[in-house]
Design a protein around this ligand. Sequence first.
Ligand code: RAM
Length: 926
Amino acid sequence: MQGSERLMTGHHTTGLAPYALRCERLAEPLGVDERAPLLSWRLASGRRGDAPALYRVRVRTEAGEQVWDTGEVADPAAVSVRYSGAPLTPRTRYRWEVVVTAEDGTTGQAGSWFETGQLSPAAWQACWITHDTSDLDVVDAPEEGEVALTDHGLQPAVRLRRTFEVTASEVTASPEVTASRKAPGSPVRARLYVTARGLYEMRLNGHRVGDAELAPGWTDYRDRIDYQVHDVTALIGEGENVLAATLADGWWSGFVGFDPRRSGAHYGAFPELLAELHLDHANGDRKVIATDGSWRTRRSPIRYADLLMGECHDLRRDTPGWDRPGFGDADGWLPAMVTGADHDLITAAVAPPVRAMRDLPARTVTRIGGDRHLVDFGQNFAGRVRLVARGLTPGARVTIRHGEALDDDGALYTDNLRTADATDVLIAGGDAETVFEPRFTYHGFRYAEVTGLPALDAADITGVVLHNDTPWAGDFACSDPDVERLYQAICWGQRSNFVSVPTDCPQRDERLGWLADAQVFLPTACLNADVAAFFEGWLREVRGAQSSDGCFTNVAPRLAGVADEGAPGWGDAGVLVPWHLYQAYGDERILERNLDAMTAWVDHVHRHNPDLVWRHRVGPHFADWLAPAPTPRDVVATAYFARSTDLTARAAEILGRTETAQRYGALGRHIVKTFAEHFVTPEGVVAGDTQTGYLLALAFGLLPEHLVPRAAERLAGLVEAAGPGVTTGFLGVGLVAPVLDACGRPDLAHALLRRTDPPSWLYPLRHGATTIWERWDGYIPGRGFQAAAMNSFNHYALGSIGEWLYQGVAGLAQTPGSAGYRELLVRPRPGDLTWARASYESVRGMIRTSWTRADGVLRLEVSVPPGATAIVHVPTGDPGGVRESGVAVADATGVQVIGTEARTLLCRVTSGNYRFTAADPRLAAP
Ligand code: RAM
């Protein structure tokens, strides 16, 4: 496992202890281009009631010069601060520490560092370089006697290299290289600042640089290109050094989405590299090795590499040693072509990179005839395989096809990939053993069909899982193994689709950043992992794609061929995503960065719909996409118009923009009124009488107070009449369980959760699913697969029930007015489960809830991080008999009883760990 996907755990200490220090949400980042970066920490404590009173942050250079001191700040809510010290200088490491003083005067402290990047486009010196494309056959001709490769018009990936000299004194002064023989004086360090139009992989002296995959990632390259920074100090050697790169098409010039064009149709015709290696010498000198005309280039043995089509390595064309010193680069190598020196669009990447996060062993390998094997990895995922092939003669070909499912005859099913070939090819070079792993493609698959090997051992083929390295933050488990499997499938949907941007699916010729999919799944995603930086990166694309008159798109990065104008629920993601990120992470800066885009969107919809019913400029109007019971389009649209307007007003209010808040607040109330007039009868029937109609109306607060109970009743009636069952599409699905719960019908939410006939969440799991399907009925025995034109088995949208697993089943939530988990809401919904637990590493610290019931006793355990409080609902048949850590709640420290509701005791607790015991809610009150 190269990546670091792991559950972050709170520290168990006695006093107040800051931990998980982050700069711009990243641990010890290299290359921060934000001039006022956010410094954050979390808190742990082993003492009940421990609460921070003051914090102090100090930042200094490595030489010890202090550049900022907040002084003691009395802010018990703070778990972050924006840097506002002396201006930061480029390419510099800063060390910082935070001291937190508890209410009782004890202190805890921790330290970390961050390093600035180029800080400004003007700092770059490098040129964009590429290979002389006239040297490449666009259609790569077959070698003598071989079968032609599939002709997609793809070009070979190319290699680039240059050498440079480092003297002995420079090397030995490097602390990273010779920690034990540390030379006195200033440290030597080497940093590589690099990006590409296309995909790059850098090498230094034969070693791979860093572990980022598919770098620099997908942005709208016409607006913005991310760069990465790598610490390469340990790779620098004495004498001749070689800095080398491989460049491939990627999103820049390869196939993207379902648009059949490539090579220049999307962004450019051929990939280009831009890199600067900065060598800081012991004497203070800095040497910069930048991409320029002195580089040498050559076609690589990768005959093509494409995200959708796959990758072909022809090892007969390899030039071993090309990335190491002592290699003669005369034969077949050409001078690099300089294509420009524009740096304006280059900014440091803000999201954690895609990495190879884990290996999946082959579960079974079955020979299906001759030299053909079918491999089952037991899990649908996004990534590729690593294959060890032995004894191949030069020119022998191994072909790997990928698919998510098998057809009824047990053969690999690929019809649903549409035009994505998803096929990787190895052409052997003659080595006794070859390890083949594609570098510049990925596929969505569970099964691989390998042709060309007489024998294949399970140990020789491995699934490599790729996704953005968003630190895993949540966990959920419960007594029903089916529901646990559902939770795992939801998590795999997230892993498979957080690949550079939040995609709809990883397998077919689509993989686009669809806005609605992202917004409906976001609440679940935020509980599973720390996705703040990932989504902040993507929001730059969402804003970048917005038209000058305020219209958000349906996909971001924007893509030719996909209707630009944001549909209701799709375009609205430009408002809903920042709002939810603010709620989850408590960072007002997210709202600040997005507020203008939010108001522009609302203004756009308003301008074209002055009567406040959203009927015009609805883009492709996907409505409640893929719903078994369609909801009238105007209902969906107007509900979202109201929602976006309301959230824009709330965002403005939080930012202190009173006039804006009032303006959108008033508009929002008018839209709500209009919604009720147009779409709600005096009896509380919402036009269309569908689940989603009621869900939107109830969740978005669109009904007059007196009609809420009626609408809730009607919703429950519809759910019951359907089985009980769910009949929503993408826009309703995440709301079903939370709204039924809020309406006092958690029993129905549980019934839906545990239903096993379609449409339901457990149905696919009973039919082999290991990820969430795009459609409720992706496969039905007897009928077979849904239409291949649109039938992904790895779409996360319908997985947005995940939020309720945490918040409802396990009871881990925050109160509606809370942001960044300042005030928790622990309100478990046991249903007829016997136990459930969840944990979540919030921006404030670790939160846990866990409940069991046995022998008539419900036990509820809650952990609240320092600085937070929690409203705890203890479900019980006997609210008067509730105890905490063995004493009556009224006498328990840190617990304040605030009342009883139907079969529930309500209390407020301070930070710390609590153990409540109560009579099982299923027991009648005494
Ligand atoms: C499908 C995508 C996506 C959805 C759009 C409307 O093709 O897969 O999930 O948002 O259509």
